[in-house]
Design a protein around this ligand. Structure first.
Ligand SMILES: Nc1ncnc2c1ncn2[C@@H]1O[C@H](COP(=O)(O)OP(=O)(O)OP(=O)(O)O)[C@@H](O)[C@H]1O
Ligand SMILES: Nc1ncnc2c1ncn2[C@@H]1O[C@H](COP(=O)(O)OP(=O)(O)OP(=O)(O)O)[C@@H](O)[C@H]1O
Ligand SMILES: [Mg+2]
Ligand SMILES: [Mg+2]
Lengths: 255, 255
């Protein structure tokens, strides 16, 4: 099982959209996908029709029980090949509850080890804040996707995110590869082209060479609760995520 | 001093943009404005040229010192009428450090009381997560602005936000008024009109009757580090925030 996480402390950059879109293509290709919703706001769970206010059990329970309990927490979605560990609003209290307790950063990783052979891919959606949930995602993932809006202010925030990652990496034993993905690229504005140019100059090794275009079909797809590849595979947005997936699966050697 | 907070657990909906744009108009009208950045990611601080990684002192220090220390934490911006309590990345650790300690929800409110007569308005920018920082904002504010993207998935998240607010309100003594603001409204798409209609049906009393349009000038303004009213006052985005400000100042009786 490959484990990828989608993370950025900046809100609204396309973290959840990236997880849903890649999961859509993987499931159409016959791959078995496990999604993990680490965001107390539960956008990923809501996308698949689960209500974070009433969801029982949820990711929250993973932190109260042994790793093998994950089998009872995984739920089906309407897509045969996509299962989910849903979020609940109670997840927001985990940061405060766990505080500085040791070893709470490995809860997700230990749980995923127990279901490694049931799935081909595991995609983790992170909340827009650095805390115990993001630490769990970084410990569990082998590859990190960092969506970034193609605009100047977002690039400044990216520098901070990359520095934070490098700090966390120092305490890990095995390396974590990461790929920065330029999202919501509006080809009509000069500012988007200029900021993309800046990204390419600043992050030549980790920036994916393609872009995810601004595409209103993402909203229409989310309204239907469908990943965009299932909603409208020929759309520019869906095609861009297919290109990203091909890049990621070619680049990352199978274990 | 009027105290308004801009909050929504959903990321990327225009919380920071709302604070900056209203502050721009207020400062052009000669009002003295204090901004508070409660987001560890520091988008508001970065907008005005402060680096959350190196900022000393910052909001973080407010939680370690008596309320009167706020005078030493407030910084000048390049705008005469706008001062700021900047964020720093250390703020992200507050949730874990404070944990369930009593009384930590009133730190900001007690600090603002000590500078009530220095400013006409105080605008608070919240992080996209419910934690001790958002609780501080709700305790300090008299009026809450809840920016919502005009799309279906965001409306579902709003129901949760409104329910959370009602839960927190029960434990407050004085009422908190709130206004939902539809942002990033793309008048070219049917989905935006339909979701606005839905918002108007579901929240007739608390939804502002105008909308903030999708306007690429916001990105250009942020690139210059200028609030949009100072960057391009005739733009559709700036004019919409002026209409919102007129609504808020007419509706909320001066104390
Ligand atoms: N390429 C795109 N083009 C147009 N709209 C997009 C695109 N990607 C995402 N969106 C829309 O932008 C909004 C934010 O996206 P999304 O929720 O995926 O961001 P996020 O980073 O997960 O946000 P949060 O910080 O709240 O977790 C959603 O309404 C989504 O439909
Ligand atoms: N009405 C609008 N039209 C077009 N772009 C907008 C509009 N409002 C905000 N934006 C842009 O959308 C992005 C997100 O806005 P902003 O940072 O204000 O959201 P936020 O809710 O504060 O995000 P976070 O959850 O990270 O705090 C920014 O790049 C901003 O320039
Ligand atoms: Mg998300
Ligand atoms: Mg913000």
């Amino acid at each position: 099982m490959r484990v990828w996480a989608s993370a950025n402390q900046k809100g609204g950059v396309g973290k959840t959209t990236t997880v849903v879109s890649l999961a859509g293509w993987l499931s159409l290709q016959g791959k078995r996908v496990l999604l993990v919703d680490l965001d107390p706001h539960g956008s990923l769970s809501a996308y698949f029709g689960f209500d974070p206010d009433t969801q029982q059990p949820s990711l929250y329970h993973l932190f109260q029980q042994p790793p093998t309990a994950v089998a009872k927490i995984i739920v089906d979605t309407r897509f045969e090949n996509i299962k989910l560990i849903p979020a609940s609003t109670a997840v927001a209290t985990l940061d405060r509850q766990l505080g500085n307790q040791e070893g709470k950063g490995l809860v997700l990783r230990n749980a995923l080890v127990t279901c490694f052979d049931r799935f081909d891919y595991c995609l983790i959606d992170c909340p827009p804040i650095l805390g115990v949930l993001m630490v769990n995602a970084l410990a569990a993932a082998e590859h990190l996707l960092v969506p970034v809006q193609s605009e100047f202010l977002a690039i400044k925030g990216l520098e901070r995110m990359v520095r934070t990652l490098q700090m966390i990496m120092k305490s890990r034993k095995q390396a974590l590869a990461y790929t920065v993905v330029a999202t919501m690229f509006d080809r009509r504005t000069r500012a988007a082209h200029e900021s993309l140019q800046l990204l390419r100059e600043q992050y030549p090794e980790i920036l994916w060479q393609g872009v995810i275009p601004l595409d209103t079909q993402f909203r229409d797809a989310s309204r239907q609760g469908l990943p965009i590849p299932c909603f409208l595979p020929a759309s520019r947005g869906a095609q861009a995520y297919l290109a990203l997936l091909q890049h990621l699966t070619a680049e990352v050697q199978p274990q």
